[in-house]
Design a protein around this ligand. Structure first.
Ligand SMILES: O=P(O)(O)OC[C@H]1O[C@H](OP(=O)(O)OP(=O)(O)O)[C@H](O)[C@@H]1O
Ligand SMILES: O=c1cc[nH]c(=O)[nH]1
Ligand SMILES: [Mg+2]
Length: 209
């Protein structure tokens, strides 16, 4: 069974309080999403492996730590996931970036795929799939399946707000994918929006409503 990490860092909780407010406009919302993604990336990379290497400082030779093992990639689920990419890259600037285009059909609530472009060596990388919202889980489950169909084996999923229904569905569909959550909310409403949530993340980032 996958592990679920719910963030307890005070800075993350404080910033999530601001993105939830309905009066927070697009400019501030975008900045906050990016800052939260950066802080979550810091937390979600705690277990990356290190190796010792010899270097020379201006004073003497010494041993320092360096990241070892698989290289990283960030894969946002379009559109809303795009808002998290800058924050992730601020922490892991050498990561490559893939894109998966999916939207949730408002009637059926099923994910509709419209784009997929991944780094060529994505299957050799540790991939962080990012999307601010995990509601029913349909979109993240489909995105992760698209990666697995292309040979990707090491996947983590990061979202800012999650509903318990989505977490359960993700764990059932992809028990090998650990989930990093900024805040775990109460439930979904009758339209499968997260309660209390923050509304439609994509619309709030891009000002489309
Ligand atoms: O867990 P689910 O029930 O699938 O819902 C979550 C999805 O819905 C939102 O995207 P949306 O469909 O609004 O697309 P957008 O990012 O283009 O706005 C959100 O960013 C997730 O991708
Ligand atoms: O609450 C929700 C659910 C799905 N997508 C969103 O952007 N918000
Ligand atoms: Mg949307």
């Amino acid at each position: 069974m996958s592990k679920v990490f719910v963030m307890d860092h005070p800075l993350i909780q404080h910033k999530i309080g601001w993105i939830r407010r309905k009066e927070t406009g697009s400019k501030e919302f975008r900045t906050l999403i990016s800052e939260i993604a950066m802080l979550m990336c810091y937390e979600a990379t705690r277990d990356l492996k290190l190796t010792d290497i010899e270097i020379e400082t201006p004073i003497c030779k010494t041993t320092v730590k360096e990241l070892k093992g698989k290289k990283l990639a960030v894969v946002p689920i379009l559109r809303a996931g795009l808002g998290m990419v800058d924050g992730m890259l601020a922490m892991i600037p050498a990561a490559k970036v893939g894109h998966i285009g999916l939207y949730r059909d408002p009637q059926t609530l099923k994910p509709v795929e419209y784009y997929c472009k991944l780094p060529e060596d994505c299957d050799e990388r540790e991939v962080f799939v990012v999307d601010p919202m995990l509601a029913t889980g349909g979109s993240s489950i489909a995105a992760i399946q698209m990666l697995k169909d292309r040979g990707v084996k090491n996947i983590r999923f990061m979202c800012i707000i999650a509903a318990p229904e989505g977490v359960k569905a993700m764990q059932e569909a992809h028990p090998d994918v650990d989930i990093y959550i900024g805040a775990l909310d109460k439930k979904l409403n009758e339209h499968c929006y997260i309660v209390p949530g923050l509304g439609d993340a994509g619309d709030r980032i891009f000002g489309t409503k």
